[in-house]
Design a binder for this molecule. Sequence first.
Ligand SMILES: Cc1cc2nc3c(=O)[nH]c(=O)nc-3n(C[C@H](O)[C@H](O)[C@H](O)COP(=O)(O)OP(=O)(O)OC[C@H]3O[C@@H](n4cnc5c(N)ncnc54)[C@H](O)[C@@H]3O)c2cc1C
Length: 385
Amino acid sequence: MKSKPHIAVIGAGAFGGWTALHLLERGARVTLLDAWGPGNSRASSGGETRVMRGTYGADQPYAEMAARALTLWAKYERRWKRQFLHRTGVLWMAPANDDVFESDSIKPLRAAKIKFQELSQPQLKKRWPQVNFKGIEWAIFEPECGYLDARTSCQGVVEEFVRQGGKYRQVAAVADGLEAAPFRSLTLSDGSQLKADVFVFACGPWLGKLFPQTIGDLVQPTKQDIFFFGTPAGDNRFTDQHLPVWGDHRDHFFYGIPGALSGDARRGFKVADDTRGPAFDPTSGERIASPETLRFVREYLAHRFPALKDAPLLETRVCQYEQTPDSHFIIDRHPQNENVWLLGGGSGHGFKHGPAVGEMMADLILKEGEPAAMWRLARFKNMMS
Ligand SMILES: Cc1cc2nc3c(=O)[nH]c(=O)nc-3n(C[C@H](O)[C@H](O)[C@H](O)COP(=O)(O)OP(=O)(O)OC[C@H]3O[C@@H](n4cnc5c(N)ncnc54)[C@H](O)[C@@H]3O)c2cc1C
């Protein structure tokens, strides 16, 4: 690798933006492109907020990765004198009949040195009387986690990238010919060509369309509906002052982010069902939430947060997960082109890891390293045509 290689990063979402920044900070010349801009409303990193947690179950690398990401979020917040992570705490409710996920999370949390408490049902009831803990035996509370500003932090990363000398362009990479070998030059939507030593495609839910032979259906965009409910006037029990971010494993996994007293997240009480929705086209899909999902979410809301039983729906948002078959990320070189990296497959949980993924990518690219087997495309070899 040259001492100052030129690296093109395509996609300025949580993965591409942080990768571009880390590459720049390590001395590369970096050009970052995005078709619609960092955290745009089509991107998987769009919208206001994302959950930052370390609770991840057993046998996974994400608790460690979340711990590294927590350190990096704090480092960049200090450096840039901005806040992205709202440390409200995260509460994982463990049902009486099935707490395997939560029990299995304890050891990795401890190993990653992410602070947490185990709270009993009486402790939960006392601390958050506005929640109905029926059916909940105990919970994990991660006091130093919370929620991240999504779109704002993607934009913040690109602003800093540009301030530090990175080149950002709002232009699209043309999809044709990306799998041709050798690959030295990228055609852009304005008709120009971009030459670089290395190309990183961090195109979220678009990866499969851009690389139909190598990725194709390995990244499935699924429609995910998000609902924001209105809390009673002047009632702060459902804001981030009095309620943490929460996750609730039932037959479906529901999660939510309390309304904020200030800032970008002041949109109401956010609730979503994490179940993977139907296939969705991130470019042309109409972002209209489904009435059935709303009904389902309302039933849940009435059960767990009884005071919000008749809360009016204020806003909805439709986003898409970029789902891989095993929910693990894709971090690998293109099989025909050593100088092309494919980065994505956040699978509904990638955002929080952005700074740590970017750091890992910069190391892999500049030190010409090999990604761990769990990120590589070869793990899907039986599924690829
Ligand atoms: C509803 C929802 C809730 C989620 N909740 C959480 C959560 O609580 N916690 C968490 O950690 N994660 C969460 N996630 C997952 C997380 O947000 C994603 O995994 C992550 O944001 C993906 O980032 P990305 O950079 O890979 O993709 P994106 O953000 O989609 O970025 C890809 C970028 O590539 C650009 N692009 C695409 N094609 C081209 C092209 N041809 N030329 C140029 N640019 C192009 C796009 O404009 C886009 O900006 C959630 C996701 C959704 C949708």
